[in-house]
Design a protein around this ligand. Structure first.
Ligand code: HPA
Ligand code: ZN
Length: 326
């Protein structure tokens, strides 16, 4: 349809992408071989067959296990470059990418190894495809406040090249309040902050992310629809939501795409964006998310224009950069 063709071709930003979640099975096995390590799966098909998730935690267990193949600077560079090539092919002109240092520091990988590899991949993609990248350091919320502070300490030598901070991993039982002091320190460093909230957790976690962490965007936020006052507040504040449709269906937040709250969020006037979250694990990149949303909801060109313009506006790019896109 005309609306789908428009959505696939139009310039857009991706604002919710975990670089470790872009590790395709093919690359996982290639890196395992390069590093002389064994994955606990016989082959690519056996690994792909394990992508049958019942909730967020069942995914996270596999996501952290597969990240073990990432060892050298080249591994992180190759991962970044592979994602950015795919994103550019989907019309993504700018992306703000989450990385999880604690996953790697805990395995004895130096912060510099991981970070310089990711930065090298981003620089190469900028030169090759013209795509621009920002890097958002995510704290793992199932770990302690103390561990988050230690991670921030390890990141300080690189702080000029870190564009923001986020919060991810197991949501239930780990409310934003747990990281209020860490996020205050991140904001004191002059960085914007974001947090996953209202994916599996209750709307109250979205309120905490706003009031206690003072976030600039809510990642997911799809359970906001359960709280009318919160919906009104998010709309009034123009607070961006980075919604990840295929992720939500694959992690059983919604039974099918038609059950997704996306149309309700849009109808309430929220500043919604569409993103792929962990595309290697959830059935596709941004283009596939757009196709799946369109198959379920048949949005018109105006709705897609709004969604894609939102993604550019909600980015942390400068006003000059935005003016070049919008
Ligand atoms: N939610 C929480 N943590 C994550 C996710 C997610 O969707 N993806 C990678 N880490
Ligand atoms: Zn996410």
């Amino acid at each position: 349809s005309r609306a789908l063709a428009f959505a696939l071709a139009a310039p857009k930003a991706e604002l919710h992408l975990h670089i470790e979640g872009s590790l395709e099975p093919e690359l996982a096995f290639a890196l395992a071989q390069r590093n002389g390590i064994a994955l606990p799966y016989a082959d690519i098909d056996a690994l792909r067959a394990a992508y049958d998730f019942s909730d967020l935690q069942s995914f996270l267990d596999l996501y952290y296990a597969c990240a073990d193949v990432l060892r050298s600077e080249e591994d992180f560079r190759d991962l970044m470059l592979a994602y950015l090539a795919r994103a550019a092919a989907d019309g993504v002109v700018h992306t703000e990418i989450f990385f999880d240092p604690q996953t790697h520091l805990a395995r004895g990988i130096a912060f510099a190894t991981m970070f310089e590899g990711l930065a090298a991949g981003a620089a190469q993609a900028k030169a090759q495809f013209g795509i621009s990248t920002k890097l958002i350091l995510c704290f793992l919320r199932h770990l302690s406040e103390e561990d988050a502070f230690a991670t921030l300490e390890a990141a300080l030598p690189f702080i000029a090249r870190i564009d923001g901070f986020g919060l991810d991993s197991s949501e239930k039982g780990h409310p934003p309040a747990k990281f209020e002091r860490v996020f205050a320190r991140c904001r004191d460093l002059g960085k914007p902050v974001v947090a996953h909230a209202g994916e599996e957790g209750p709307p109250a976690y979205i309120v905490e992310a706003l009031d206690l962490l003072k976030v600039s965007r809510i990642d997911h936020g799809v359970r906001a629809s359960e709280d009318a006052a919160l919906m009104a507040r998010l709309a009034a504040e123009g607070m961006p939501l980075t919604v990840c449709p295929l992720s939500n269906v694959r992690l059983c937040v919604f039974a099918t795409m038609k059950d997704h709250t996306l149309p309700a969020l849009l109808a309430a006037g929220l500043k919604v964006t569409i993103n792929s979250d962990d595309p290697a694990y959830f059935g596709g990149y941004l283009g596939e998310n757009i196709r799946a949303v369109q198959a379920a909801f048949e949005f018109d060109v105006d709705t897609w224009y709004t969604l894609l313009r939102n993604s550019l506006e909600a980015s942390f790019a400068s006003d000059a950069e935005k003016a070049g896109w919008i």
